[in-house]
Design a binder for this molecule. Structure first.
Ligand SMILES: Nc1ncnc2c1ncn2[C@@H]1O[C@H](COP(=O)(O)OP(=O)(O)O)[C@@H](O)[C@H]1O
Ligand SMILES: [Mg+2]
Length: 244
């Protein structure tokens, strides 16, 4: 369904006038199937968010392509309504002057029966209809992230990209949000690209996991075979959870 094919990306290193370039993504290729949750695990600075922006089509690769059902994601028509995103900084993801209902309504502009749809979406993410009139600063982290998830599913996309979406939530809230994501994925038959530095969260929700390091794929494994990973980097990450 989503195919990342030989993608490369460099950024200018240093100041505005610098000519030196730093390669952030090096020949990255993988596929995500319909209904699959694919994890991308890597340490901070490894290029995960850059890859995420290319997958969302909001930035252009220097080389290679990102295809959604065979069509280039760079084409706005291909991505609108098909792929959405949830980011880490849930509070700033919502316009501070928007109420919860305005935030959720935003992607639905022009559609019919928006009011009943908002109630349905709030219900889907486990928020009471009384949240409609609240502002972002009145929400807890977990509640704000639920609003972002409601907005992301509002167009019934086939794929959601989650970039560190649960990373800054408390552990207990994190589990609740991961359980919510699992439930929604099933009922909407969506795919997730689950970007994280947290191998535990990835192991909890993902079907397959990509170990990503220095802008490259080190290894791709099915979650049930996580224990059998080969690369040294992946083994090191895994040891961290085993020792806890
Ligand atoms: N727009 C940009 N311009 C220049 N450098 C960037 C830009 N975005 C990211 N980088 C650099 O790319 C590298 C990878 O960043 P990022 O994709 O955010 O990694 P991760 O999400 O894995 O932490 C970092 O060294 C970062 O400084
Ligand atoms: Mg990042």
């Amino acid at each position: 369904m989503l195919k990342v094919d030989c993608v490369e990306k460099s950024y200018k290193k240093g100041g505005l006038f610098s000519r030196e370039k730093q390669k952030i993504l090096k020949n990255v290729s993988f596929e995500c199937r319909r209904g699959e949750c694919l994890g991308i695990i890597g340490e901070s600075g490894s290029g995960k968010s850059t890859l995420g922006r290319l997958i969302l089509g909001i930035e252009k690769p220097d080389r290679g392509t990102v295809l959604f059902e065979g069509k280039n994601i760079q084409d706005r028509k291909v991505r609108v309504g098909n792929i959405s995103a949830v980011f880490q900084d849930y509070i700033s993801s919502i316009n501070p002057f928007f109420t919860v209902e305005e935030a959720i309504m935003e992607p639905l502009k022009g559609q019919k029966e928006i009011q009943s749809k908002i109630d349905h979406l709030l219900n889907q993410v486990g928020l009471d209809p009384s949240y409609r009139k609240k502002y972002p600063h009145e929400l807890s982290g977990g509640e704000a992230q639920r609003v972002c998830i409601a907005r992301a599913i509002s167009t019934e996309p086939k794929c959601i990209l989650l970039d560190e979406a649960t990373s800054s939530l408390d552990v207990s809230v994190q589990t609740q949000v991961l359980d919510l994501l699992k439930k929604l994925k099933k009922s909407y038959n969506m795919s997730y690209i689950f970007i994280t530095h947290d191998i535990q969260a990835a192991a909890y929700i993902c079907d397959r996991v990509i170990f990503f390091r220095n802008g490259q794929i080190e290894e791709i494994v099915k979650t049930e075979h996580l224990k059998d990973v080969q690369s040294e980097y992946a083994r090191k990450l895994l040891q961290m959870i085993i020792t806890f």
